[in-house]
Design a protein around this ligand. Structure first.
Ligand code: FPP
Length: 236
């Protein structure tokens, strides 16, 4: 094997809707199946030795979807995070959230913050759920945060560099090593733009509700056999 287990994996969980439609089911059933699969593979991925798993659960643009679909997803988040607190605690997974507060309803935001607070001492790996998230918005929010700190004389220009900037993102999780997108689309879609600078990209036609442990292992094997240069010379 040429490479170790990646430290940080990111997944764009795409294709829930198509997975459901192909089976004559409602799109929302695809989201439910996606959530069930996420719970399963998150443990598998973290047990493999991955330290951080970031997933794209809801983009800032997803609010443009039908009221029914947005409402369903918001309920799934609220209920899922509340009911599954014990699941993450028992499995020692620390859950953190990345994204903007507005315009999430209080009940959704409160369920997110409760889960984040309750799992804060878990040290078996981090699940970073990106919800109401956009990569460009994250950069804008980071610029504002840094500008405020500079204005208050809490940071000097010399302290700002490509390494230290991670500290001012929504969460300080470091670079993504492997980025996976399911369902056959080959786009980044505004996901973790700063962190993915040198990420290896893996695209699969499998829709997310079918992206199981074996599918992840395939992606992992592919990653581990790549020539990763990060701008330097390739390993022979
Ligand atoms: C993309 O599929 C998926 C989403 C917009 C939502 C992702 C949500 C989940 C996997 C379930 C919930 C997750 C958590 C963390 C509770 P799509 O609807 O764009 O599929 P399509 O491209 O086939 O229409």
């Amino acid at each position: 094997m040429k490479n170790d287990i990646p430290r940080h994996v990111a997944i764009i969980m795409d294709g829930n809707g198509r997975w459901a439609t192909r089976q004559g089911k409602k799109r929302t059933e695809g989201h439910y199946a996606g959530y069930k699969m996420l719970k399963k593979i998150a443990l598998h991925i973290l047990k493999k030795g991955v330290k951080v798993l970031s997933v794209f659960a809801f983009s800032t643009e997803n609010f443009k979807r039908s009221e029914e679909e947005v409402g369903y997803l918001m309920n799934l988040f609220t209920e899922g995070f509340t009911k599954d607190t014990h699941y993450f605690l028992e499995n020692n997974v620390r859950v953190v959230f990345s994204g903007r507060r507005e315009p999430l309803k209080d009940k959704v935001y409160n369920a997110m913050m409760k889960l984040q607070e309750k799992t804060k001492n878990c040290d078996g790996g981090i699940l970073n759920i990106c919800l109401n998230y956009g990569g460009q918005s994250e950069m804008v929010d980071t610029c504002k945060k840094v500008a405020e700190l500079y204005k208050e004389d809490k940071i000097s220009l010399d302290e700002i560099n490509t390494e230290t900037l991670y500290k001012y993102l929504y969460n300080d999780l470091g670079p993504v090593d492997l980025m996976i997108r399911t369902s056959g689309e080959c786009r980044i879609s505004n996901f973790m733009l700063y962190n993915i600078a040198y990420a290896e990209l893996y695209f699969t036609s499998t829709c997310f509700p079918d992206f199981d442990n074996d599918e992840f292992d395939k992606a992992l094997l592919d990653y581990q056999n790549r020539n990763i240069t990060k701008g330097g010379n390739s390993k022979k």
